[in-house]
Ligand binder design. Structure first.
Ligand SMILES: [Zn+2]
Length: 366
């Protein structure tokens, strides 16, 4: 057994339209997704005369159909009392507005996630904006792939997210929510999304982790065209160290795959995984490289144009973190592409990384 081993109390997911009680007053359900991930986990928390919903599934009739079944059969005739959304990604936020309107329930989110989502909801570019084209060109994306990316358009967020309530209740790091007589503490993380909310209940020793801590797959941590100089991996690594303050005994309820035990092992794995990838990039950059050149160092599989977009953002997250640590420098060449070069002349004498390679790791929009 290696030091990263996790323990999964359940062998399978609940069937669509059904729930499974995983702790007192906590029901687990899943909703289908149509992209690389085939499901998202959602949770119901008993909340006095109603149920608090944590995350909602992507917009669409299929998800709404399963929700209707849940509402009819799984809530003991009680209404949804509030809708808590961990972060703005459409698989989490997609149905929130629909559920809030149906039950007159409030939406609870962190401020950054709420306003990011409101901004993306109102974007209606059909063309890739010039900032995004420049972003990919500087990243070294070849013309043919850039054209494929361009043809996909821009601003599909509102297709996957129901219109949002114009008001919300703000969640803040450290805040304690009383849900069904139990105290749930808001613990925020950043890097996968800017102000991701997790919920920890000390009484039950349960952590609802969203995409902040996932077993098996690694969450996408990307630099994006709207904030092209950001360093999300630094936030991500800092968040993982912050989450090590939570008890290792916590039962973790994630948004994808199955609930698990082994919080600290998973956090340590993820920290090591990203540090290995940074070292691999740094070693390759003894000769100047574009971000696009480095994709094979980061991802061993073939990437289509959509995956290339995500992978490039993830690669740049590692490069920006290395630059801010003083381990890489960046030059803008005459061809309009950034190239990165490692600063440490002793790199080639180090052992090659890769001991923490995760065969399931993929660039995923989760
Ligand atoms: Zn996500």
């Amino acid at each position: 057994m290696d030091s990263y081993s996790l323990r999964y109390p359940y062998d399978d997911l609940p069937a669509h339209g059904e729930t499974r009680e995983v702790a007192p007053g906590i029901k687990w359900l899943q909703m289908p997704l149509s992209f690389a991930l085939d499901h998202i986990n959602l949770y119901l928390l008993e909340d006095g005369d109603g149920w608090a919903v944590v995350d909602t599934g992507i917009r669409g009739e299929r998800t709404q159909g399963y929700w209707n079944t849940i509402f009819e059969r799984e809530l003991d005739g009680r209404p949804v009392s509030r809708v808590i959304v961990t972060h703005m990604h459409p698989d989490h936020l997609g149905q929130a507005g629909w559920i809030c309107r149906r039950f007159g329930a409030p939406l609870l989110m962190s401020r950054t996630e709420y306003y990011y989502a409101r901004t993306f909801s109102s974007e209606n570019h059909r063309q890739l904006p010039p900032e995004a084209i420049a972003f990919y060109q500087r990243g070294g994306v070849p013309e043919g792939i850039l054209q494929e990316i361009t043809s996909r358009g821009w601003g599909n967020f509102s297709n996957n997210v129901e219109p949002m309530p114009v008001g919300y209740l703000r969640l803040v790091d450290g805040q304690v929510l009383r849900i069904g007589g139990r105290a749930w503490r808001v613990v925020t993380g950043s890097g996968h999304s800017p102000e991701h909310v997790c919920l920890y209940c000390e009484e039950l020793d349960v952590l609802i982790s969203g995409d902040q801590v996932l077993p098996r797959i690694t969450s996408n941590v990307s630099v994006n065209a709207n904030e092209p100089e950001e360093d999300p991996l630094a936030y991500w690594l800092a968040s993982h160290r912050k989450f090590l303050d939570l008890p290792d005994t916590a039962f973790v309820l994630p948004s994808h795959n199955r609930p698990f035990y082994g919080l600290h092992a998973r956090l340590r794995y993820l920290i090591d995984h990203h540090e290995d990838r940074m070292l691999a990039c740094e070693e390759k950059c003894t000769e100047p490289q574009t971000a696009y050149d480095l994709l094979p160092v980061m991802f061993s599989r073939e990437l289509d144009s959509f995956q290339t977009m995500l992978a490039l953002g993830e690669c740049m997250a590692h490069l920006h973190c290395l630059m801010n640590m003083g381990r890489l420098e960046r030059m803008l060449h005459q061809d309009g592409r950034y190239r990165y070069r490692s600063i440490d002349p002793g790199l080639s004498t180090r052992a090659h990384p890769g001991s923490h390679e995760d065969p399931d790791a993929a660039p995923l929009m989760v």
